[in-house]
Design a protein around this ligand. Structure first.
Ligand code: ZN
Length: 366
């Protein structure tokens, strides 16, 4: 087949000087040229190649035309038909390809768009606080030991110098799982530990000094839940048992700890207090972050914030685990993790720790 341009030139030559043919050719070419989608191609086929179309009208003229013009009309009609068909096919193919390309480009992934964010989980602020506390003690030579949360009365109370009749042992505060006569024999009662201190007894019972142990974990009390109380809370218990341990060792250790956790500029003080399993006992305060002992609303005018309880382990406790109090001395301390985290981060409601509100939890990513 001859080339498109050549055929077109031939058509033009045939039509030259013949107004009707020139008009037919130009109209046909204009209609094809104007096609811009698949639908218009279909319409163009009808108006150019259809029964009443431009080419059909050319053929119609043949029978009324003078004898010598008939072959020219026939030749023109046939050639225009071939050219129009070819042009329409080509145009249709081209439009289809363009449409396909458009669809593909719409489906394509734009690699320059920012990715969909995947939010990573992070550690809970209480876990972070426990890690901070324990790692300070680990750096001081302590090792971490965990104890059971379901505990025997013996470890939770009795061996910690808190026998059944002791006033410090408030029965209504404890979740009992199995209970006998609370007055006569309570050693076998099963409960949820009310503090992490039973770990002290368990470790001392099974290990000889020297001991430098830190024990974080959950504790349970039948408290109404409010801004400063929760039925489940976290403590870190610590204790040291060795020869020649004095109150000076206790003070030095806890002062170093408090300054590491809250900042070197904090002052630390010890206030005499009472705990059944230590003697003497003390509460440890750090100078208020906001007013530095001057007194403000954060420290309720006191100038100091209490961070933990501590004391020298009562020799009676040693008698439960078979240590000789003449040979060994020790100190113990315990702190509430929630309280420490609240002070350190200015959190004023304990319930925030347990509500799992991500807006709160996301603030802490240390
Ligand atoms: Zn203050």
């Amino acid at each position: 087949m001859r080339g498109r341009m050549e055929q077109l030139e031939k058509l033009k030559r045939i039509a030259q000087g013949k107004d009707e043919l020139e008009e037919a050719l130009n109209r046909a070419l204009d209609i094809i040229e104007a096609c811009d989608d698949i639908e218009s191609i279909g319409k163009a086929r009808i108006s150019v190649l259809g029964k009443k179309g431009i080419i059909a009208r050319v053929f119609k003229k043949i029978k009324d035309a003078p004898e010598d013009e008939r072959p020219i009309l026939g030749q023109f009609g046939n050639l225009l038909k071939r050219v129009a068909e070819e042009e329409l096919d080509l145009k249709e193919k081209w439009l289809k390809a363009a449409l396909q390309e458009k669809k593909l480009s719409e489906m394509a992934i734009d690699v320059t768009l920012p990715g969909r964010g995947r939010s990573l989980g992070r550690r809970h602020i209480l876990s972070i606080t426990i890690s901070e506390i324990t790692s300070i003690f680990i750096s001081l030579g302590y090792r971490v030991v965990y104890g059971p949360e379901v505990e025997l009365d013996y470890y939770n109370f009795e061996a910690l110098n808190t026998p059944a009749y002791h006033p410090a042992r408030s029965l209504q505060d404890t979740f009992y799982l199995k209970r006998k006569d609370p007055i006569k024999d309570s050693r076998e009662d099963v409960l949820l530990r009310t503090h992490t201190s039973p770990v002290q007894v368990r470790v001392m019972e099974s290990t000889k000094p020297p001991l430098y142990v830190i024990s974080p974990g959950k504790a349970y009390r039948r408290d109404e839940i409010d801004a400063t109380h929760s039925a489940v809370f976290h403590q870190v218990e610590g204790f040291a048992v060795d020869r020649h341990i004095s109150m000076g060792d206790l003070k030095g250790t806890l002062e170093a700890f408090a300054k590491k956790l809250f900042g070197e500029e904090r002052k630390v003080r010890f206030r005499p207090h009472f705990f059944p399993f230590t003697e003497p006992s003390a509460e440890v305060d750090v100078s208020c972050f906001a007013c530095d002992t001057a007194g403000c609303s954060l420290c309720k005018g006191v100038g100091w914030l209490e961070i933990m309880g501590c004391g020298m382990i009562d020799p009676n406790v040693f008698s439960y685990v078979g240590y000789d109090p003449e040979e060994y001395q020790g100190f113990a301390f315990g702190m509430g993790v929630e309280r420490i985290a609240m002070m350190k981060h200015g959190i004023d409601d304990m319930r925030l720790f347990y509500e799992n509100d991500v807006r709160f939890l996301r603030q802490f990513h240390i």
